[in-house]
Write a protein that binds this ligand. Structure first.
Ligand code: ADP
Ligand code: F6P
Length: 320
């Protein structure tokens, strides 16, 4: 391939810029040209494309967000949208694309590959909810942000001897809640993957730990479980412990990526370019058993990633 494109799609994640940097520099090192496609698949449909060179990705390895902007593109899900995207590729001489995003974006990469534009997808989402990979770029940064904020919240929760119910991101997945919950020593962790019982999993635990001297309580709730305001009211009414709800929200999607995210971004971006340079498309990059590997997109989308119930049970056991 002489020219490849790179785009970021779906929800942004810290580390996406570091992938863009790696893709641009790896491709140029292999003698290819790189075009930046802006605003996800919308940029392909509308021809919002810029030339990239080794200096256009200077000073971005440490920056959150994405310099290419991102979007959700309903039009790209239509046959007409894909056709326009393919026409743009032909016009711009784009022969392959690195897609950075979640599994929705991967579906787009599969469709484009089937229409003759080979795509290699790199997992970028804070949720860590992509089945084919044990790690997604942005997860570590998002959790560290959530952990730091809960640490701050703990100070005021402790001073007032209150209970804090904290919602972290994860519409369909409890990974951020699980690992952040463990890291902050939460009394209870609620995730969409595990059904909970208010009495058993929260009220009884607060009462039990209160009886042994605990004076403040942190409950971490994944966004997919929701209703934190109502939950806080219920807890206060039943236990008599003053309770506040806090939704951490989109702040978890921002900030300078951690070392782990910069590292994965750099290695995965390089691997994606390597595949495209060999004419290989329709693949996703993944992290499995401490190795960077790749899979067919369709197979990757069929994979199942079981929730780490063992870690969830350990969290419960030690939050006494
Ligand atoms: P994420 O990539 O973070 O999972 P989305 O699910 O919103 O985010 O997907 C991002 C974009 O990928 C969508 O706006 C759309 O353009 C494209 N996409 C999503 N699902 C499909 C699909 N089934 N077929 C083709 N393209 C899709
Ligand atoms: O997929 C990442 C994520 O941040 C989810 O955790 C969250 O549910 C969603 O995106 C929020 O999306 P939006 O940016 O559309 O509010």
């Amino acid at each position: 391939m002489k020219t490849i494109g790179v785009l970021t799609s779906g929800g942004d994640a810290p580390g996406m810029n570091a992938v863009v940097r790696s893709v641009v520099r790896s491709a140029i090192a292999l003698g290819m040209n790189v075009k930046g496609i802006r605003r996800g698949y919308n940029g392909l449909i509308e021809g919002d494309i810029i030339d990239m060179n080794i200096r256009s990705v200077s000073e971005i390895i440490h920056r959150g967000g994405t310099i290419l902007f991102t979007a959700r593109s309903p039009e790209f899900k239509t046959e007409e949208g894909i056709k326009k995207a393919v026409e743009t590729c032909h016009r711009e001489g784009i022969e392959g694309i690195v897609v950075i995003g979640g599994d929705g974006s991967f579906r787009g990469g599969r469709d484009l590959s089937l229409h003759g534009i080979p795509c290699v997808c790199v997992p970028g989402t804070i949720d860590n909810d992509i089945s084919s990979t044990e790690y997604t770029i942005g997860f570590d940064t998002a959790m560290n942000t959530a952990m730091e904020m809960v640490d701050k919240l703990r100070d005021t929760t402790q001073s007032h001897e209150r209970c804090s119910v904290v919602e972290v991101m994860g519409r369909h997945a409890g990974w951020i809640a699980l690992e952040t919950g463990i890291a902050v020593g939460a009394t209870s962790i609620l995730v969409p993957e595990v059904e909970y019982d208010l009495q058993r999993d929260i009220i009884d635990k607060i009462n039990r730990t209160k009886a042994t001297g605990k004076k403040h309580f942190i409950i971490i709730v994944a966004e997919g479980v929701g209703k934190v305001t109502e939950l806080a009211k219920e807890i206060e009414e039943i236990t008599g412990v003053e309770t506040r709800a806090t939704i951490l929200g989109h702040v978890q999607r921002g900030g300078s990526p951690t070392l782990r995210d910069r590292l994965f971004a750099s290695l995965m971006g390089h691997e994606a370019v390597k595949l495209l340079s060999q004419g290989i498309g329709n693949r996703v990059i993944a992290y499995r058993e401490e190795k960077i590997v790749n899979y067919d997109i369709y197979e990757a989308l069929q994979m199942v990633k079981p929730f780490d119930i063992e870690a969830y049970n350990i969290a419960n056991e030690i939050s006494i």
